[in-house]
Design a protein around this ligand. Structure first.
Ligand SMILES: Nc1ncnc2c1ncn2[C@@H]1O[C@H](COP(=O)(O)OP(=O)(O)OP(=O)(O)O)[C@@H](O)[C@H]1O
Ligand SMILES: [Mg+2]
Length: 282
């Protein structure tokens, strides 16, 4: 990573980069939101962060497993070290992969039964496709019904798409018996935490908002991207510790000259008292 621009405090920019790529027991997981217009290299940056992740273990520093939400159209094959990619598909699903030219390609997939099974099979960089059809577990439905005071029966009847599986996965991570570091990457996150959700999703997103702080304590990091912050549920995005703004991601004139591939890192709270911006080049 190199630094560009004049008023840049190199040490601080590097410190910030370390905070989002190196996880320690003291600080736990980190939560990062990334915004930028089409083609501003959000996906490239997220894959880069995923490839750099490290964490503490009881007696060493080790690479940290990254979980990448697989999408129908995706670029996870840009991850820098191909041999580290493991692709997970739910046991009930059949999938076929095509390259950019529409040619069918062979991808070796690992099947998972549920969140627990998936966590036991993780490698370094894990592309996970949510089950194609999914209904929330009784556990999570109970929890939502209690919080919302709505009858569980009503929640069951609402049709939502299967991306709600990710809430179930986060629920598992919060309840799991161990506290191993793991990072979750959600590109194009308006699929999962859209602004103005309705029905069951509204309740799920509220539940997530209330649990973001516990993710950090459970050594879970969350990185998500979208074109604009207005695409994402404001209840969730305002809980993120760090924000990365790429070309077109915000209106501040201070960084208007920014090039494609560069980004501004902002620590919102906690570790730094002030809101400050840095510009760095990938
Ligand atoms: N450092 C860089 N400088 C310039 N171009 C880059 C750099 N890194 C990647 N690119 C190229 O920029 C293009 C867009 O990158 P990418 O897909 O990561 O952007 P994006 O913000 O995720 O776009 P979208 O909103 O369409 O998903 C890609 O073709 C990629 O090869
Ligand atoms: Mg992208």
């Amino acid at each position: 990573m190199s630094l560009v621009g004049k008023q840049i405090n190199d040490a601080m920019a590097i410190r910030l980069w370390n905070e989002i790529t190196f996880h320690t027991y003291r600080f736990g997981g980190t939560t990062v939101e990334i915004y930028g217009s089409k083609g501003s290299t959000k996906t490239t940056l997220m894959l880069k962060i995923a490839s750099k992740l490290r964490c503490e273990s009881p007696d060493d520093v080790i690479p940290e497993p990254a979980i990448w939400r697989g999408r129908t159209v995706d670029q996870w094959n840009w991850y820098p070290r191909l041999s580290e990619i493991r692709v997970f598909v739910h046991k009930a699903d059949d999938v076929v992969f095509y390259d950019e030219t529409g040619q069918e390609i062979e991808v070796r997939v690992t099947r998972y039964r549920n969140a627990e099974d998936l966590m036991q099979k993780l490698g370094r960089f894990n592309v996970v496709y949510e089950p194609r059809s999914y209904s929330l577990s009784e556990d999570l439905l109970d929890l939502l019904a209690r919080r919302s005071t709505l009858p569980k029966r009503l929640m069951k009847d609402i049709a939502v798409d299967s991306s709600i599986w990710w809430f179930e996965f986060v629920h598992y991570l919060l309840e799991r018996p161990d506290n191993k570091f793991v990072s979750l990457f959600i590109d194009e996150a308006d699929d999962v935490f859209p602004e103005n959700p309705s029905g069951l999703r509204w309740h799920l997103q509220l539940w997530l908002k209330d649990n973001v702080k516990d993710l950090r304590k459970r050594n879970v990091s969350l990185y998500f991207s979208a074109h604009s912050h207005t695409d994402i549920d404001s209840r969730i995005r305002t809980k993120m510790q760090y924000r990365i703004l790429m070309k077109g991601g915000e209106s501040s004139s201070r960084f208007a000259h920014r090039q494609k591939g560069s980004f501004v890192l902002e620590a919102r709270s906690g570790l730094h008292r002030k809101r400050r911006l840095w510009e760095v080049q990938l």
